[in-house]
Each structure stands twice: as C-alpha cells, then as structure tokens.
Design a protein around this ligand. Structure first.
Ligand SMILES: NC(=O)C1=CN([C@@H]2O[C@H](COP(=O)(O)OP(=O)(O)OC[C@H]3O[C@@H](n4cnc5c(N)ncnc54)[C@H](OP(=O)(O)O)[C@@H]3O)[C@@H](O)[C@H]2O)[C@@H](O)CC1
Ligand SMILES: [K+]
Length: 461
C-alpha cells in the first residue's frame, strides 16, 4: 500500500527546513519528473501545449517547457501572468533560452495543465471555466500537473475540471485525488520524485492507497486438511432470498469449506450449498442483512449475539438493533444511502447522500472515531475501508460493478474470508480488492456483468 496525505505543504516545508532542499530544487525535480515521463512515454509525439496559471503550478509548467523545448515543439500559454518569485525566475530562464510563447490556445499532441494546483482557493471565474472547457474539448493526450485544475483540496469540483489521462502529482499522493468525484478527472496517477526519496519525503499518515499486492488470496498451505479446516459460513437469507444465495455462492467460490444458507423456507440451492433453518452451532462466521427485509426481531437479535465474526449489510443499516454489536470486531458494508441511515441511528450525523458523497472520508472518520473496533467498508467508486484511526482506499472498482447483486457478492467474499479465519480488517481489504480486480478482469464489455460472471472471475484470480 502507498501513503496518502491530506496536504503536502508541511512535507515541502520539512524539506526546506530540515533537509536544506530549496523550493527551486524541489521544483526542478518536479518538472524533470514530468519531462522524463513525457520523453519516455510519448517520444513519438511532436507538439506540446503547456497551459500555466499564476502560481507555482504554473511555475512547474514553465520549467517543464524549458526542459522539453529542444526535444518537442513546445508552446507556453499563460492564463494569467505568473506572480510567484520562483515563477518569475522560471519565466526569465525559459524566455532567455528561447521557449515559444503562444497567445491563444492551439491544439497539440499533448496538453499539460499547469493552471491551478494545490493553491486553488476560490470558485473558478468564467475565464477559467471556458479555458478548461476548451482544453477538455481538444483531442490530445492530457496530463495534469499535481492535480487536474478545478479539483479543490477536498476533492470536489464546483463547475468544471481538467479531464486528465494522467495526473503527475508532486512528492506524494493526496487525499483530494481519491474522492469519488475526482475519479472521472484524474486518469492514471503517478507520483513525481522531488529530489528526495519518497520514504524520506513522506511522514506518518493514517491513510493508505491499496495496491494489487495487498490482496491476500485464501490459498491453501496444508495438504492434511478437510472442509472443516476452511470454515463454515452461515448466510442469513431473508425475504429477498436471491441476495443471500448470491452471497453464499460467492463465499463458496472464495474458499469457505462449508456454506449454509439460513432460511425457514426450503430453498432450491446448488447441491454444494447447504441449507439450515436456524444458525448452525459450528459456524465460524455469519453474513446477515442482505435481502433480509422483515425478519423476526428476536431471531435477528439472537443471531447477532452469537460469538462469531460477522459481516453485516443492507437492511440492517436501517435498524437500531445493530447498535448492540458495534463494540465488536465486525465488518459493515453499507452503500452511501445505507451509511447515511447508519450515521443517523448512531446519532453521529443526519445528512443527505449528497453531503455524504462530498465528504466521504470525513464521515467515515467520524464513524470510526466513535466505533473504533468496527471495520467499515463504504461502497462507492473508490471504496473506503476504515478501522479505528486507519483508512484504506481501493480505487480498482469501476462502473462494471454498478449492478444489483454486486454488493451481495462482496458480502459473500468478506464472509468467506471471515469464516476462514481472516481478521475483519484483512477480510474487508482482500475481499474488496478481489471484488474490484475480478470485475476489471471481466473482458466481455462494461455493461453486461452478472453476479455469476463476477463470482467466476473471483475464482480465476
Ligand atoms: N511548495 C513546493 O515546494 C513545491 C510546489 N510545487 C507546485 O506548486 C503548486 C502550488 O503552488 P501555489 O501554492 O502557488 O498554488 P497554485 O495551485 O499554483 O495556484 C495559486 C494561484 O492561483 C490563483 N487562484 C487560486 N484559485 C483561483 C481561482 N479560482 N481563479 C483564479 N485564480 C485562482 C491564486 O491567486 P490568489 O489567491 O493569489 O488570488 C494563485 O495565484 C503545487 O500544486 C505544485 O504544482 C511543486 O513545484 C513542487 C515544489
Ligand atoms: K494542474
């Protein structure tokens, strides 16, 4: 996993004060990293338009132009005159070395957005909006310097933002790049080295970006084993039984030795999934909530009080019954509407879905500070997983998963790993990664995935 920071000004300041690395040195490395990326990846391209604003994001762009102008046909366009001290120095350097300046936007093979970086501090004016819209409308490879212009430090976009194919961000990953809103603008994210190794530039943090290597599949390491060695998951099926059955199938395909669906009515299940009318004595984990609908309260209470690991989803986020188990190691997997309800029944916040979506990390942190033992997995385009002070972001998800039944598969995957003995946080992280990576391996197209395809892809990981 990689570290994520809410802000990097303090990290830059540490470079000046503790390591005697000047702003000029950091900027030279920032622009060199961008230049190297462009030279290596796009050596066959000819023209580059670099669009600069008045701050140091613009200064990065001027330095980049100086580094590239002998290798490509580079034009520098200024949205506003540069006004920082280092920016003025960069301007003098570029001008004296013969960099070309453009007085209007002209298309190019590559457009580099250096209009606003971390200093965006007010709504965009009409001039900035139409500039960004014009750049977005051009057919070109689009690279954002530090952050696509128009994305604020909280990850929100007021009117418009530069639509990047790649964002080269300076020094370290920032939280603003990982809001659900930002996902449609940032493209691929690369970190530029600032002349100091990343592990020295970065300090402690409580936020992490999950990587493929964080996925721990439930491979079997012992030959001398039997089905009971891999746990017994009980999936409680309620009114909408399909949800529980999907979860059960997913759990079986992800390694649980035995999976039983708990339901009072007799169900037509695949032969390898068992049925039980009440929770099994020997189950090692329980999945409950998906498709639950109206269920006998005392029975749900009894199930929740059983001393095994649990994954709770869907309908239970509307029920105060859940409050009784929030001091336990338990995994909760709400989608945004369910999380709003959970926040309300926990008396933490009474908010709309929009308010939540604009501040996902803030509300996840609030919840986790009140219930530090619980593992919370907030669904979304970027899934957030949190326990206590630590927060993890999974960005591998895509619109392929925006379907009924995808969430039930996820619950089944989490339940399967819990049944097999994973700690709740590890189960949530690996299940979430498996879910998203399986969807990204689905090759047919981006609209047709059904739960059985997803389970099939999980089985191929
Ligand atoms: N620190 C370092 O060591 C390193 C920093 N680096 C680079 O510096 C960048 C940060 O630079 P920065 O702080 O100068 O801010 P930046 O994003 O360029 O913009 C500020 C300017 O925009 C203006 N402005 C703001 N909002 C506006 C609006 N809506 N509409 C119109 N104008 C608006 C604002 O105006 P003002 O508030 O003064 O009126 C100000 O002039 C960072 O992202 C990275 O790329 C790297 O080189 C690595 C080393
Ligand atoms: K930018």
């Amino acid at each position: 996993m990689q570290k994520i920071f809410d802000e990097v000004n303090s990290l830059d300041k540490r470079c000046y004060e503790e390591f005697f690395l000047s702003e000029d040195i950091l900027m030279e490395h920032a622009s060199s990293s961008m230049a190297l990326y462009i030279e290596e990846k796009y050596h066959d391209k000819k023209t580059i338009l670099i669009v600069c604003g008045s701050g140091n994001n613009g200064a990065d762009g001027i330095a980049l132009a100086r580094l590239l102008h002998t290798k490509f046909d580079v034009s520098l366009y200024f949205y506003k005159e540069v006004k920082t001290d280092i920016g003025k120095v960069q301007y003098k350097r570029a001008k004296s070395l013969g960099v070309s300046f453009a007085n209007k936007i002209q298309n190019a093979d590559i457009i580099v957005d250096c209009i606003f970086g971390s200093g965006l501090n007010k709504s965009l004016d009409n001039q900035a909006i139409s500039l960004i819209e014009e750049l977005n409308s051009l057919e070109a490879i689009k690279i954002a310097c530090d952050i696509p212009s128009g994305i604020f430090s909280d990850g929100q976009v007021n009117s418009v933002a530069f639509n990047a194919d790649t964002t080269i961000t300076m020094g370290a990953l920032k939280t603003s790049l990982f809001s659900d809103t930002a996902k449609d603008y940032v493209g691929k994210i690369k970190v530029a080295n600032l002349g100091i190794q990343r592990e020295l530039y970065e300090t402690n943090t409580n936020k992490y970006l999950l990587e493929k290597k964080d996925l721990k599949l439930p491979h079997r390491t012992k030959h001398n084993s039997h089905k009971g060695s891999y746990g017994h998951l009980n999936v409680v099926a309620g009114c909408k039984k399909g949800a529980g059955i999907i979860a059960a199938k997913a759990a079986f395909g992800f390694g649980a030795g035995i999976v039983s669906v708990v339901c009072h009515e007799n169900l037509d299940l695949p032969y390898h999934i068992m049925q039980t009318h009440f929770v099994s004595e020997n189950c090692t984990a329980i999945a409950i909530g998906m498709g639950l609908g109206k269920y006998e309260i005392d029975e749900v209470k009894k199930i929740l009080s059983k001393d095994v690991k649990k994954i709770v989803d869907a309908d239970l986020f509307y029920d105060e019954l859940l409050l009784d188990v929030l001091d336990e190691d338990i995994v909760l997997t709400p989608h945004p509407k369910e999380f709003c309800s959970l926040l309300k029944i926990c008396d933490i916040a009474d908010i709309t879905i929009d308010e939540l979506q604009n501040n996902r990390i803030k509300y996840v942190e609030k919840f986790s500070s009140v219930y530090p033992k619980v593992v919370l997995l907030l669904k979304g385009t970027n899934v957030i997983i949190s326990q206590g002070d630590n927060l993890y972001i999974n960005t591998y998800g895509s619109a392929v998963l925006s379907k009924g039944g995808s969430g039930d598969v996820l619950s089944g995957l989490v339940g399967s790993l819990l049944a097999q003995g994973y700690e709740p946080l590890d189960a949530a992280i690996s299940a979430s990664l498996a879910h998203a990576l399986a969807a990204s391996n689905f090759k047919r197209n981006d609209y047709s995935l059904i739960p059985s395809d997803l389970i099939e892809e999980v089985r191929r990981l």
